[in-house]
Design a protein around this ligand. Sequence first.
Ligand SMILES: [Zn+2]
Length: 235
Amino acid sequence: MEQLEDLVAANRILAEHGVIDAYGHVSIRSPADPRRYFVARAIAPETVQLEDILEYDLDSTPLDARGRDSVSERFIHGEIYRTRPDVMAVVHNHSPSVVPFSVTGVPMRALFHMAAFVGEGLPNFEIRKVQKGTDLLVRTPRLGKALATTLGSKPAALMRGHGSVVVGESLPRAVGRSVYLEMSAKMQMQALALSQKVNYLDEAEVKASMPLQDYKRAWPMWREKALARAKAERK
Ligand SMILES: [Zn+2]
């Protein structure tokens, strides 16, 4: 299935851009059944091949694991697909430049056209409001549901002291948003270090930029390179 190759590529693209480290993950909703999704088993994303991809139902139970370990935070994906019928792809990451915004109360704002979606307003998931004393990981359906509720209809949500979750109505969009969210966070910190008077995108500019941002020019190039690497590693 071509979509599963896309998912292999997405794992590698996100790792290459420093968005997911050994622990982040990316999923797609099944094109054949909207009540199913695909995500790689618990291995480093930059090493993912087709045989590492597992299928889940929306309770995040694997359908045919055959001894392959599931990622502990898969409930993020299942619960978002359940509450957001428009979402076809989900990225959960520990993108380093985004985390400081999750712990300071300084809101991320849109200052760069490639990440205009930030201007929609990104909520921050406070896991303590749901459960105290966790290791911050979304390991249960209850925590997954609470995160999906915090995300609401937005393109992304920060997760306090942990990372973020980014969604899209296509995989290229969720991947592109994740790459540019990290860049935007870095740029905002740089801009704020230079001046407290930052000229952000205004509401009309955010609105005008949103439909254009599908990252379609970047995606084929990223995909081709990533799949060439995956193929080379097999030899
Ligand atoms: Zn995580």
